[in-house]
Design a protein around this ligand. Structure first.
Ligand code: ADP
Length: 647
């Protein structure tokens, strides 16, 4: 019985985009279908080795054929096949959560005229509608039932039983009926032997199963005695394997060209760009394995979303086990793509057991180590490329330190870079250390929203004068990370807005003590006025031109406070508050002006205005704007009383 079904809305939209694709690389449909065929064989082989004889091993191949009269190209495999439900689920709908985003991006890409994103999203099968006006899928499932799926990719598809299927065994044949040729697009070329041979070499050479096709070759005629006849030829067909099959990761690094590596990466991991980095790992020991790791040039579009799945593809003895094994890479390296293949993993181990295998966590450690080493050598040898890496993934390194509570600081800290006061280029801690002033005993940093605002901080004046450098932490995660690093080569990290007077040197400390005693009354009055807002009011001798500054007690800084509180999920109860300190510049004329003020209401006004001003100077918002305006107006009115007539 033939059942006619409608594509679900999202599929339809995607198909529409495919059919009307302006994507120039329509040929990748072949790679996609071959890759599906290879996956289907992988799945069969996995079942076969793990099912104890229920599914006997067989010789696997992917067979390509064409029919010039009917204008179709067929890709046939003897893999796992599909049941009726599979057909419906896999080809009739797109179950993937990323599809909506994909459709959006495709539209965007089309508008911008950019390279398309097909493949990055695993919409492989539908890509055949870029070249095909009709597609038939013949399949036989593991139970021996055969079906035929058919669609023109517009509104509907049909599925019917296929009792007389030409498929002898489990597997699938996808038949793409090519569109009519157009001026700028010769779809008929996909029927041509030379073209198919070329495309397979280009895109699918490393597929681990033979991709075969009947090819014609010209053979010299022979006479009765079997001697070749000069100048006389005839055509013969033979079945030829088009791909070289050796998995690229089994080869030695020196035997693989950069182009081969890039082309493998793109087809295996569905990216349309060459990788930024690639790394061969060959490990011998308790567990020997070959791994091939890549860092994509651009972070995957959903890297920051909840549904991004990290992991490396896992093969045992060349047999595919699973696509994303999470145990193989730590969270902070989740952007790494790649695969590992081990001769030592038992094949009939279940995927669940594999997940708890201590072997895998050993592999993870080693892979992490190799990647970090690779990044360190890149930083030295190709700073420009490292900068590109860092721009995309630097936050993940910081996250690595933060999420390990500093356990990974030793390994990762030298990979970090920050903007700073004494130069334009970002620097590492090591570079900071090189510029250390005599007697400087800490790495100083300031945290805030932008480098520009940090350069204007009142508390930075002291450093501009002394020449001591200050790192600028402007990323949300930066200061949280720094706080997880106990020290860098014996140098502690200090936020310049929570420096202890103890650290300022004898003379400064002495003067501060005197000031505090002399002006105890006004300090106390201001403290009272600002109760609940600041924990302390005190002096600072390094503010230069600024009358006041806000500092925080060690621990939570203003910047951390704002990062935590601006987090979308934070409830009012979860809001945190940094312990703030209002610092007054005793040498500023403004202080001289307010010293003698005793009126309680006026002290309060002055206190609030100074506090708000200090917040503004640090690049933060005033909490209560109407109150600020009111206070300021009252103070101005007091300062400039109306002149009496005649005087
Ligand atoms: P993807 O391959 O990224 O999952 P596709 O749209 O190419 O996406 O295929 C959807 C699904 O259809 C596959 O995941 C697979 O389950 C099934 N499928 C496609 N081609 C075959 C095939 N040749 N044999 C068996 N199953 C297939």
């Amino acid at each position: 019985m033939k059942e006619e079904k409608r594509f679900q809305a999202e599929s339809k939209e995607l198909l529409h985009l495919m059919i009307h694709s302006i994507y120039s690389n329509k040929e990748i449909f072949l790679r996609e279908l071959i890759s599906n065929a290879s996956d289907a064989i992988d799945k069969y082989r996995y079942l076969s080795v793990s099912s104890e004889g229920k599914y006997p091993p067989k010789e696997h191949e992917i067979f390509l054929s064409t029919n010039a009269e009917e204008r179709y190209i067929q890709i046939q495999d003897n893999g796992i096949g599909m049941s009726k439900e599979d057909l419906e689920k896999n080809l009739g709908t797109i179950a993937k959560s990323g599809t909506k985003e994909f459709v959006e991006k495709m539209k965007e890409a089309k508008e911008k005229g950019e390279e398309s994103l097909i493949g990055q999203f695993g919409v492989g099968f539908y890509s055949a509608f870029m070249v095909g006006k009709k597609i038939e899928v013949f399949t036989r499932d593991l139970e021996g039932h055969a079906y035929k799926f058919e669609s023109d990719g517009v509104e509907t598809y049909s599925i019917e039983d296929d009792e007389n299927s030409f498929l002898q065994d489990s597997g699938t044949a996808v038949r793409v009926y090519l569109k009519d040729d157009e001026d700028d697009e010769k779809y008929g070329d996909y029927l041509k032997e030379w073209n198919i041979t070329h495309l397979v070499k280009q895109y699918s050479d490393f597929i681990r199963y033979p991709i075969k096709m009947a090819v014609t070759k010209s053979v010299q005629d022979k006479d009765e005695e079997g001697k070749p006849i000069e100048g006389k030829y005839h055509d013969e067909t033979e079945i030829k394997t088009l791909n070289s099959m050796t998995p690229i990761w089994k080869k030695a690094k020196k035997d693989v060209t950069d182009e081969e590596l890039a082309s493998f990466y793109k087809s295996r991991f569905n990216d349309y760009e060459d990788p930024l980095l690639s790394l061969f790992v060959k490990a011998e020991g308790t567990l020997s394995y070959d791994a091939l790791l890549f860092v994509p040039k651009h972070a995957p579009y959903n890297l920051y979303s909840q549904n991004y799945e990290k992991g490396l593809a896992l093969y045992a003895k060349g047999i595919f086990i699973e696509e994303k094994n999470k145990e193989l890479v730590p969270d902070y390296l989740k952007f790494v793509r790649g695969l590992i293949d081990s001769e030592d993993l038992s094949l009939n181990i279940s995927r669940e057991m594999l997940q708890k295998s201590p072997l895998l966590s050993k592999v993870e450690k080693n892979i992490e180590k190799k990647l970090v080493e690779k990044l360190k050598s890149l930083q030295k040898e190709d700073p420009e490329k490292y900068a590109e890496f860092y721009k995309n993934y630097g936050n993940f390194l910081k996250f690595g330190i933060y999420s390990s509570y500093g356990a990974k600081a030793e390994d990762l800290q030298d990979l970090l870079k920050f903007p700073h006061l004494n130069g334009e280029k970002d620097i590492t801690f090591a570079e900071y250390k090189e510029g250390l002033k005599e007697n400087q005993k800490a790495i100083y940093y300031a945290s805030g929203k932008t480098v520009e605002s940090l350069k204007m901080l009142p508390s930075i004046a002291r450093f501009k004068k002394s020449g001591e450098d200050v790192l600028f932490l402007t990323g949300d995660i930066d200061e949280f990370t720094i706080q997880m690093i106990p020290e860098y080569e014996k140098l502690p990290f200090k936020n310049i807005s929570s420096l202890d007077p103890e650290e300022l040197g004898e003379e400064e400390k002495k003067r501060l003590d005197v000031l505090k005693t002399d002006h105890k009354r006004i300090l106390d009055d201001l403290s009272t006025a600002l109760a609940g807002k600041v924990a302390e009011v005190t002096f600072d001798l390094g503010l230069e031109d600024a009358p006041v500054a806000i500092a925080t007690k060690a621990g939570l800084s203003l910047q951390m406070e704002s990062v935590l509180n601006e987090n979308p999920g934070v409830t009012p109860e979860e809001k945190v508050e940094a312990e703030k300190v209002l610092k007054i510049n005793p040498d500023h004329p403004l202080f001289a002006a307010i010293q003698g003020v005793t009126d309680e209401e006026e002290v309060s006004r002055i206190g609030h205005v100074l506090y708000d001003e200090a917040l503004l100077a640090e690049g933060f918002d005033i909490e209560d704007k109407p109150a600020f305006v009111k206070n300021l107006n009252a103070l101005l009115a007091k300062a400039y009383p109306p002149k009496e007539e005649g005087k």
